[in-house]
Design a protein around this ligand. Sequence first.
Ligand SMILES: [Fe+2]
Length: 312
Amino acid sequence: MKLTIDQIKYIKENRVLDRIDVGHAVSTYIGETETIAYSLFSLLAKRSFWVRYSSEKSSQITELYTVVHGEIEVQYEGKTFFLREGDTLDASNYSELLSFYSEHEVEIFVEMSVDEFETNFKNTELVQRDAAAIERVDGYTYHHCSRIKDYSIELWKKLEQPVERVTKLRWGAYFHDIGKLAVPIEILNKKGKLTAQEWCIMKTHSAIGAQMMRNHEVKWLRDSAYIVEEHHERFDGKGYPNGLKEEEISLEAAIVSVVDSFDAMITNRIYREAFSIEEAIQEIVRGRGTQFNPVVVDAFLKLLHDQQFKWR
Ligand SMILES: [Fe+2]
């Protein structure tokens, strides 16, 4: 059953509702029938929201998103487009991550199969509470985290790795810097050079991040802990926290290392101006075989070439 926009507005105004506040968004549980759960999702300006693909999805799954107020950017099945008030996206059969982003505050009405709502939607909200916290402390944006995830997956495919195993990389890439939540904000956003002691603190973020992932209340994040732990290891063994080298470093972490370094270089940060794409490429090539796994660098250059050196 699809509700009309007037019915949705009526429900919104006339029911006492349970709310889950995850910082950048508020999810309001409205109620459910035997098969469908209804909720209203309010997303703050310049914030993202995504829904994880569930491999257990069956053909009976319902997953509808209707914009009640505002306009939202959607990434769905490799396409980016906008939904406006009254538009509905039927995402019942998506095969990848579904993500939303909005410049302004927006409200979405969600109709979802009860099982799907219980197993995935609620967990996804908990995960996003962490994602939003990282965005806040690190000054990175949704688009940055999203790019690291997307390009890591592209690189994985370019290296002809099995797509069934991409899930760990997806979450490891997205949360590689989760450990920064434990680093003082003055160090994260310091304008000048870090002192030796501040560097020591900064460098704890990969080990602490791995610990956070291992203990995460959302089970499917735990399997990605090793990627978070290894994302600052170097091919020549001079990285941290464990000084792993060459093949001792997982391919997933070697991928995140290249993509994250590149994206960080071409992004304006509080402490320095962005490099041009050409300069960033030179830096990656300079690190081939020392900082970075050479096989990953070669695939990365091919990927950039295929995309005409454009970086989203
Ligand atoms: Fe990091």
